[in-house]
Ligand binder design. Sequence first.
Ligand SMILES: [Zn+2]
Length: 259
Amino acid sequence: MGWEAWSYTIVLFIVGALFGSFFNVVGLRVPKGISVVAPRSSCGNCGRQLNAIDLLPILGWFIRRGICHSCSTPISPVYLVGELAGGLLFASLPFLVSTDELWIAYPLVSVLLILTVSDLAYMLLPNKIIYPAMLLFTGLRLFIHPLPLWHYAIAFVLGGGILISVSLVATWMGKPAMGFGDIRLMALVGLVMGIKLVLLCIFLSALLGSVIGLALIASGKMDRRSPLPYGPFIAVAGLVCFCFGDPLMTWYMGLMTWQ
Ligand SMILES: [Zn+2]
């Protein structure tokens, strides 16, 4: 990589970290109906308004060593993780997806980061984010669609439909069902990625959810009945599918025919 590519990547990382910091605010405020611009963020414990150093993405957390400057209450590492994820994803997308798909990739990463924060904080995937996102991606897909348009339309219905069916079966069996937010988010994944990848995303997110759920139960961090937000698993699986879905499918099909 030449110095020019390096400097682009570094700038994208910084921009991504700044956006990541904003997405944290959006994800935490929109579900509560608070404006994303005012009031300025403050410490949840002592109410001290955050200044420029606190608000520095990533660095601020390290300078303050993860605690509030005036009352020493620990600051949730979720902020740091959101900023790091924003930086890393923004910087790596140009290496992972085609130039055309970057128009889809950046809004997609943004929406998924906001929804992950909100689901982790409140177990809620707000419609105020999901519905505008559906409109936005419908518009974008009209112009940029490597697959025929009907693929995305069918995948939208399929993604939502499969999760509704799973949810109905779970309710019938007396198990905790998925929320409507999860169903809408999977429909959105279908709208963005098409039939093959939404099926892969359903499979991967379920796998990821079971593995992490079992690990949390085994380590005693969670008991069998405590609810686990499913949105973050859909978000992670969705990103994996969007960036690596096609090579993953080819690899998997290769394994099947090889046997
Ligand atoms: Zn404080």
